[in-house]
Design a protein around this ligand. Structure first.
Ligand SMILES: NC(=O)c1ccc[n+]([C@@H]2O[C@H](COP(=O)([O-])OP(=O)(O)OC[C@H]3O[C@@H](n4cnc5c(N)ncnc54)[C@H](O)[C@@H]3O)[C@@H](O)[C@H]2O)c1
Length: 338
């Protein structure tokens, strides 16, 4: 997958930290930065939220690149001053993802990985900036889950935030931390609220990837709800481009929606996915079964992208048809079972 680097990222190499570098977004960004000649330090503790072997496979190209160094550790255990000392930009993508698993005792993990780890990074960055007079930049991967169910759509960044899951609460808390370190101390932070990102390397617990793997195993697609829920699906290369643009955002503490530019009912998106999967020979036929909704799942997501367009120059460029085609083709290469 190719990510078109914005002009600021084509002029001179930068020293970058990517947290969560083994994950779906983190590994894709790492590869894009390395392809552009940048120097990347990646941190990941390879959590077992899904098979860590997938994350290691995601990094197989990066690990061969002399511009990449992997720190295999939990952000809560590292000396982050040491890690950040020579870095100019930090793309903070590490988190315990997933809405459905965030209830009950699991919430402790969300607190540690999503909130505590973010505060550790911000504090280390603040102390370093004060000590050496540099102005490091942190781009935080936030989520549309901070919105919860809204009275009107599309949602703007100033909407009243009412997360509908414990996961969303932790993403919002960390986003607030980024904002208040910017406001109180002038730290250069930007938060990006992604709307359901998909594409090659998508997490196996997310709908499209889960369904493609079920199709390959000859199993039906079991949908939570009746498929009328709508999503503003965002192709991974678009989400990554938003990150690169955000690193040069002049406004400290800003928050931007990063959406795919249109919303579609899940059942219609799945019709496209089924069409692509059958066309590429991933499966002969796929049965779709509808079931009960799940606690924490919002009914709709739909981003107003005006602010990101005006201030970052970001607009999504990849259609759902093309993005799903890329994801099916990635699965056809034998990924992720290889
Ligand atoms: N994928 C989406 O649709 C989506 C949507 C909204 C927001 N986000 C956010 O984007 C970011 C990336 O999501 P993803 O889908 O790539 O998830 P992912 O689970 O594939 O990647 C996250 C990575 O972070 C690592 N990690 C977690 N806690 C860590 C810690 N304390 N120290 C070191 N490593 C740690 C995990 O091992 C994993 O490899 C997350 O912050 C997520 O909340 C993703």
């Amino acid at each position: 997958m190719t990510v078109e680097l914005p002009s600021a990222w084509r002029s001179s190499p930068r020293r970058v930290l990517v947290t969560g570098c083994g994950g779906f977004l983190g590994s894709s960004l790492t590869d894009a930065l390395l392809a552009g000649g940048h120097d990347v330090v990646g941190v990941d503790c390879f959590t077992d939220y899904y098979d860590p072997a997938r994350k290691r496979r995601n990094l197989s190209d990066a690990l061969l690149n002399p511009g990449f160094r992997l720190l295999e550790a939990d952000l809560n255990d590292l000396d982050l001053s040491d890690v950040l000392a020579d870095r100019q930009v930090c793309f903070h993508m590490a988190a315990q993802a997933g809405v459905r698993a965030s209830w009950g005792r699991e919430f402790d993990i969300y607190l540690a990985y999503n909130i505590r780890a973010t505060q550790n990074l911000l504090e280390a960055m603040l102390q370093l900036d004060r000590a050496d007079g540099e102005s490091r930049c942190l781009v935080y991967s936030s989520s549309s889950s901070v919105y919860g169910n809204q009275p009107t759509y599309p949602v703007v960044e100033t909407s009243y935030l009412q997360p509908f899951s414990p996961y969303g609460v932790t993403k919002l808390a960390a986003e607030h931390l980024c904002g208040l370190y910017a406001e109180n101390f002038g730290l250069r932070t930007t938060s990006l609220r992604y709307f359901t990102v998909y594409g090659p390397r998508q997490r196996p617990d997310m709908a499209f990837q889960k369904f493609l793997e079920a199709a390959r195993a000859g199993q039906p697609w079991k949908i939570y709800g009746d498929g009328s829920q709508t999503r503003d699906f965002t192709f991974v290369a678009d989400a990554l481009r938003a990150n690169l643009l955000a690193a040069d955002s002049p406004r400290r503490g800003a928050v931007y929606n990063v959406g795919g530019g249109s919303r579609i009912a899940l059942r219609d998106a799945l019709a496209i996915l089924r069409d692509r999967a059958v066309a590429h020979g991933l499966a002969d036929d796929i049965q779709i079964e509808y079931g009960d909704r799940v606690e924490g799942d919002v009914i709709h997501t739909y981003a107003d992208g005006q602010l990101a367009r005006d201030e970052l120059g970001f607009a999504a460029g990849v259609s759902l048809e093309d993005g799903l085609d890329a994801q099916v083709r990635w699965n056809m290469r034998g990924e992720p079972a290889a």
